[in-house]
Ligand binder design. Structure first.
Ligand code: HMG
Ligand code: MG
Length: 312
């Protein structure tokens, strides 16, 4: 038997309600968002990225974060996380009872300017009071680094440049750090190189892979990152999403595909795949578009066929 040196368990963070829905052209109702988060909570994710307390002028789709947090059914054991770009967002996130706040910057100056309207150094300075407030409130702090495998404005990004931002996020006191392939250009060896560099400055087991699937590489990149020692992955139900400040970027790797692969390799996640597939079907019907998850579509067809056979 070939061995890939894989772990018995991996954490999957569901980011669909935030990273997925932030990019929807037409508004998604609060009721739909609440039901999506509730269905995902029921599936057993350790962490659901539910909202973003950002400027509604920049991302109008995320303007109802406080109402969402007030209406969801919280499952004990689930961390509800949200993006926070500054103290204004932090105050709103704390008032809403978020369990983990995510500060986000980039590995390229051009992308930081486009996404958060400041330089990387300015973003870190802006995050310092957020980090202090998180510590005082006893809320977890996560850092996210965009364009770690390529930037839509700058092109190539050096692994060392990513590691430098990881170091700054570590100095802020981040409990964990996400390495994000915002535009999905990374390939498996590039992913391993980036984690080799970031693993020198921050424990690899506290880093996460956040891979968008624009070039169809995301699932292979998850496997490559697993082999590099990464134990947490972000995924979006039905592969929803993209980034409003990365033109042409598509959704994250689909959660159903990641779970199918991990479970198929004997790696536990604690997440119920069937509940996720049904949540994917629910949100795709609600927003009127097909699922981007191959496993989700295949499983749904298989289950529907089996049901028809039973009835007949
Ligand atoms: P700015 O325009 O430079 O900031 O934006 P400002 O301080 O001048 O504020 C402008 C207005 O926004 C003001 O309102 C503020 O009060 C308000 P006005 O006085 O004009 O009426 N404002 C806020 N309102 C609510 N909540 C807030 C907030 N902050 C300011 N927190 C800012 C700077 C950072 C605020 C803005 O650029 C912003 O909100 N950017 C967020 C962009 C974003 O959400 N992008 C998508 C998420 S990141 C992502 O998807 C990547 C990730 O998935 C990883 C990956 O794949 O790469 C995480
Ligand atoms: Mg993203």
């Amino acid at each position: 038997m070939p061995t890939l040196n894989l772990p018995p368990r991996v954490d999957v963070v569901e980011v669909g309600p935030r990273d997925g829905l932030q990019n929807e052209a037409s508004p998604v109702s609060l009721r739909t968002k609440v039901e999506l988060v509730d269905r995902l909570s029921a599936a057993g994710f350790p962490n659901v990225e539910a909202a973003a307390f950002v400027s509604p002028k920049w991302v109008p789709q995320m303007a109802d974060g406080a109402a969402l947090m007030a209406q969801i059914r919280r499952r004990s054991g689930t961390v509800y996380s949200a993006l926070v770009p500054n103290m204004k967002g932090m105050e709103a996130a704390l008032a809403a009872g978020v369990n983990e706040v995510v500060v986000f910057s980039a590995a390229s100056e051009a992308f930081a300017q486009a996404n958060i309207n400041c330089s990387i150094a300015e973003s870190i300075a802006r995050f310092q009071p957020v980090a202090d407030a998180a510590k005082t409130a006893g809320v977890k702090l996560r850092g996210s680094i965009s364009v770690a495998l390529g930037c839509p404005y700058q092109g190539d990004v050096r692994p060392q440049a990513v590691a430098e931002v990881v170091q700054r996020m570590a100095d802020l006191g981040c409990d964990s750090i996400d390495i994000a392939d915002t535009i999905g250009v990374g390939t498996p060896m590039a992913v391993q190189q980036v984690f080799e560099a970031t693993g020198r400055v921050f424990p690899i087991k506290r880093q996460a892979g956040h891979f968008h699937d624009t070039y169809g590489q995301a699932l292979a990149n998850v496997l490559a990152a697993l082999q590099a020692g990464v134990r947490t992955f972000h995924a979006s139900v039905a592969g929803l999403g993209g980034c409003p400040y990365a033109k042409g970027a598509t959704g994250n790797v689909a959660t159903e595909d990641v779970l199918y692969m991990l479970h198929g390799m004997g790696i536990a996640t604690g997440v119920d795949l069937r509940t996720v597939v049904e949540a994917g079907d629910f949100i795709c019907r609600a927003i009127g578009r097909p699922s981007n998850s191959r496993a989700g579509r295949a499983l749904l067809t298989r289950w529907q066929d089996a049901q028809r056979t039973e009835v007949a």
